[in-house]
Write a protein that binds this ligand. Structure first.
Ligand code: AMP
Ligand code: ZN
Length: 116
């Protein structure tokens, strides 16, 4: 299992890899995505290493709720009153490329459905 210094997002949380932080509290950090897919593209990352949504369990209920609340607050702060999309890519078929749970907050333009 990747964690600590082997994990990109653990290194960003620890501050050993720089990132543009837009929010931080005791459980999470939110950063600007390095390859934004829309005018607003923020990643909400738990400070604790969890590989993916599939690796969470009932003990992570509070953390998961906290991550969604952070997304809602960031959506309001980033002036996304017309809406936004929240994405949790999970596992290879889900398109997950970084094996540390993160929520994408994407907005500032109209989204399309179905996704690719
Ligand atoms: P996923 O494909 O859902 O695992 O998303 C990983 C996201 O992390 C992608 O949108 C990448 O653009 C983003 N990403 C990768 N490396 C960095 C980095 N160093 N700083 C910020 N975002 C990154
Ligand atoms: Zn990690």
């Amino acid at each position: 299992m990747l964690d600590g210094m082997d994990c990109l997002f653990c290194r960003i949380v620890a501050g050993t890899i720089p990132a543009k932080k837009v929010f931080e509290d005791e459980l999470t950090v939110a950063i600007q995505d390095i390859n934004p897919q829309a005018p607003v593209h923020v990643l909400v990352i738990p400070k604790k290493h969890v590989a993916s949504l599939a690796e969470t369990d009932a003990g992570d209920k509070e953390l998961l709720g906290h991550l969604l609340e952070a997304v809602r607050e960031l959506g309001a702060e980033q002036k996304l009153g017309k809406g936004y999309r929240v994405v949790i890519n999970t596992g290879p078929d889900g398109g997950q490329t970084v094996e540390h749970l993160h929520l994408h907050l994407i907005g500032g333009r109209a989204m399309h459905w179905p996704p690719g």
